[in-house]
Design a binder for this molecule. Structure first.
Ligand code: ADP
Length: 250
């Protein structure tokens, strides 16, 4: 689905991503691991259009998407989740979902036919879609909670929910488990697995929690020093000597 060829991203003279090549298969939940500073987040940001690459190429389904801005990738169904912006923290969880740019109820013709009355109808339909997303993620009890009051894990579920308001095909998730308790991490894992199986989402997940990676991810790609070191099942990766060395060296 995504092919990355010889991707390079430098900051000043420093090569944060240094000729990384990898493939993300459609329908997979691919794990991206590696020691701190390996270049995982930078790789994500280059693929998702947040940073321009210094060199290299990214294709999606054969189409060159190198350096496209996030909103164009968004329309192609490639999404990278971001923390809920500060200015949205005083809005409710439901409002945060309804405000996702590009979210549509699926009844857009209505607007063309009925004008202003249609807009109210569209909003109702969007609200219904948000309610469906919240039920799917089992956080419907938080519908009218202010986003700023959510715990770290609940915020992650809301970030995931935002991707469900548009027609996502591939979602890049950065550090799902950081500061999230085990119960919520399992809920997030369940949601990812269900989105993958029931809705055909492809995921790429950066995560340090190996139990989480083991439960969800196949294949796993290990990066170090801006390059891809190894790819395989988690068991294969764990047995790879270069990988062991890379982790021990940090
Ligand atoms: P990882 O996600 O694997 O921990 P990062 O992609 O965050 O790694 O970082 C890779 C390297 O690039 C690090 O040494 C980091 O300090 C550096 N780096 C990341 N972003 C920037 C930036 N905007 N400016 C300068 N250096 C950066």
């Amino acid at each position: 689905m995504i092919v990355v060829e010889n991707l390079v991203k430098t900051f000043g003279g420093f090569r944060a991503v240094d000729g990384a090549s990898l493939e993300i298969g459609a329908g997979t939940i691919t794990g991206l691991i590696g020691p701190n500073g390996a270049g995982k987040t930078t790789l994500f940001n280059v693929i998702a259009g947040v940073h321009q690459p210094t060199a290299g190429r990214v294709t999606m389904g054969g189409e060159d998407i190198t350096g496209l801005p996030p909103h164009q990738l968004f329309h192609k169904g490639l999404l990278r989740t971001f923390q809920i912006a500060h200015e949205f923290s005083s809005m409710t969880v439901r409002e945060n979902l309804m405000m996702v740019p590009g979210a549509q109820s699926g009844e857009t013709l209505w607007n063309a036919w009925f004008g202003r009355k249609g807009i109210a109808e569209e909003e109702r339909a969007l609200g219904a879609k948000a309610d469906e997303v919240l039920a799917f993620l089992t956080i419907d009890h938080l519908t009218y909670e202010k986003a700023g009051n959510l715990s770290g894990g609940q915020k992650k579920l809301l970030e995931l929910g935002r991707t469900m308001m548009v027609d996502a095909k591939i979602v890049f998730l950065d550090e799902v488990g950081a500061g999230v308790n085990r119960t919520l991490l399992n809920t997030i894992g369940d949601a990812i697995i269900r989105l993958n199986k029931e809705r055909g989402y492809t995921f790429v997940v950066i995560e340090h929690d190996m139990d989480f990676i083991e439960r969800l991810c196949d294949p796993v790609i290990c990066m170090a020093e801006g390059k891809v070191l190894a790819e395989g099942t988690l068991a294969e990766i764990k047995a790879n000597e270069q990988v062991i060395e890379a982790y021990l060296g940090t």
